[in-house]
Design a protein around this ligand. Structure first.
Ligand code: AMP
Ligand code: ZN
Length: 113
């Protein structure tokens, strides 16, 4: 996806603070952090949202979650952290390349806004 911002970040065409990457996924600091830790974990494969994922993406989705958990451990988010997929505009999704938000370092309310 040549016009996709997060594909460009994964391909190093657009700069970002990348905190983890491997052959399948990459993670970077959110440019407008909503918590002291706010990292976005993405697949290299362009999927617009969770809705576009299929059974063949099951391992990829699992790797995204495990990467988020590892980053939370590295950042010592021992009081808890939140992992969020905003799916669709009504849920607040603004970039249509699948990404998992990892938020931590402050208290969170429930239900989310
Ligand atoms: P969402 O609203 O769930 O689609 O999340 C998109 C996130 O991407 C937001 O939290 C934005 O702050 C973040 N974002 C947008 N552009 C960039 C960028 N160039 N580098 C890092 N994060 C970005
Ligand atoms: Zn993309």
């Amino acid at each position: 996806m040549s016009e996709c911002l997060f594909c460009k970040i994964g391909g190093k065409e657009v700069p970002a603070k990348i905190v983890y990457e491997d052959g399948d996924i990459f993670a970077f600091e959110d440019i407008h952090p909503q918590a002291p830790t706010h990292i976005l974990v993405c697949p290299r494969k362009h999927l617009a949202s969770l809705t576009e994922a299929s059974a063949e993406d099951a391992a990829l989705l699992g790797r995204m979650l495990l990467a988020a958990a590892r980053l939370a451990t590295e950042r010592k988010l021992t009081d808890g952290y939140r992992t969020v997929f905003n799916n669709g505009r009504g849920a607040g999704q603004s970039v249509f390349h699948l990404h998992l938000h990892l938020l931590g370092g402050r208290a969170f309310r429930w239900p989310p806004g």
